[in-house]
Design a protein around this ligand. Structure first.
Ligand SMILES: NCc1[nH]cc(CCC(=O)O)c1CC(=O)O
Length: 292
């Protein structure tokens, strides 16, 4: 809802004559909370109902976290704009500990993200990783009730909700490589709505869009979703895209990582090329084992 309201406010600012209203929706991704997303079909669950609403003409656009948008949109839909990225990092939230290093043997860390789990287990095999789902407030409540010693959340979600003061440590990309698209908002509409695509163009942030395209190019080639421990994060450095990526065993016993730098107008190809490099190092075998 914060994301939808943010985009509605931007549109009202850009187009004062435009009537903007929010059609609040709950998706299966919000409703099914007792199991990990990786077991129930992944991220598409956050976007499907919204696409149905657009298809049926009940909504014109949908606002998504790019992290939740599947690599291949259904036929007839397009991403009209990708907004400026909020903090892309993962954040440690705890009432007892200020850093990951401070967590003692046997400390319980909440996350249902295979990406976060694999990176934690590789560096801190003495921690116990336990599932944690629900919206941001629910996750914080479960921490505060003492079910966990610490939890890992996206910094972006916390900051947007004014909960940035709960962050004990922001994990640098070297320690917790973010998810593909993390921290960026995407606006989806029907591909044939040239009117909307033109109106939404000013909301596109070229830097973020190029970075997210590179990340998604990698993930698409790897066939990844949140069903696999996979991270991808791109930055614009000296006018070029620098993309890092990894695929790991969930238990952290193996992490295949790499990076690549290249031209912004080749973003997707750059992502695909990094994916091929990870595959050459055995990423495809890890992915194949996971889909068994
Ligand atoms: N999968 C849920 C989800 N999708 C996007 C965000 C955070 C906000 C963002 O990345 O834009 C979150 C929560 C989290 O990972 O803590």
């Amino acid at each position: 809802m914060w994301q939808a309201e943010h985009i509605a406010a931007r549109l009202s600012q850009l187009y004062p004559q435009m009537a903007v209203s929010i059609l609040g929706m709950t998706t299966q991704g919000d409703q099914i909370l007792d199991v990990s997303l990786s077991k129930i079909g992944g991220k598409g669950l956050f976007v499907k109902e919204l696409e149905t609403a657009m298809y049926e003409g009940r909504a014109d656009i949908a606002v998504h976290s790019m992290k939740d948008v599947p690599m291949n949109l259904p036929e007839g839909f397009t991403l009209a704009a990708i907004g400026q990225r909020e903090d892309p990092r993962d954040a440690l939230v705890s009432n007892k500990f200020d850093t990951l290093d401070a967590l003692p043997h046997g400390a319980r860390v909440g996350t249902s993200s295979l990406r976060r789990e694999s990176q934690l287990r590789a560096r801190f095999p003495h921690l116990i990783i336990e599932p944690l789902r629900g919206n941001v407030q629910t996750r914080l409540r479960k921490l505060d009730e003492g079910q966990y010693d610490a939890i890992i959340l996206a910094a972006a979600g916390l900051k947007r909700l004014g909960l940035g003061d709960r962050i004990r440590a922001e994990l640098p990309a070297e320690q917790s490589l973010p998810a593909v698209g993390q921290g960026a908002l995407g606006i989806e509409c029907l591909e044939n709505r040239d009117d909307l695509i033109a109106l939404l163009a000013p909301l596109n942030d070229a830097d973020t869009a190029d970075c997210v395209r590179a990340e998604r190019g990698m993930s698409r080639t790897l066939g990844g979703s949140c069903q696999v421990p996979l991270g991808g994060y791109a930055e614009i450095i000296a006018g070029q895209i620098q993309l890092r990526g990894f695929v790991a065993e969930v238990d952290g016993s193996r992490i295949i990582s790499g990076n690549i730098t290249g031209a912004r107008d080749q973003a997707e190809t750059l992502g695909a090329t990094l994916a091929e490099q990870l595959i050459a190092q055995g990423a495809d075998k890890i992915l194949a084992e996971l889909s068994l």
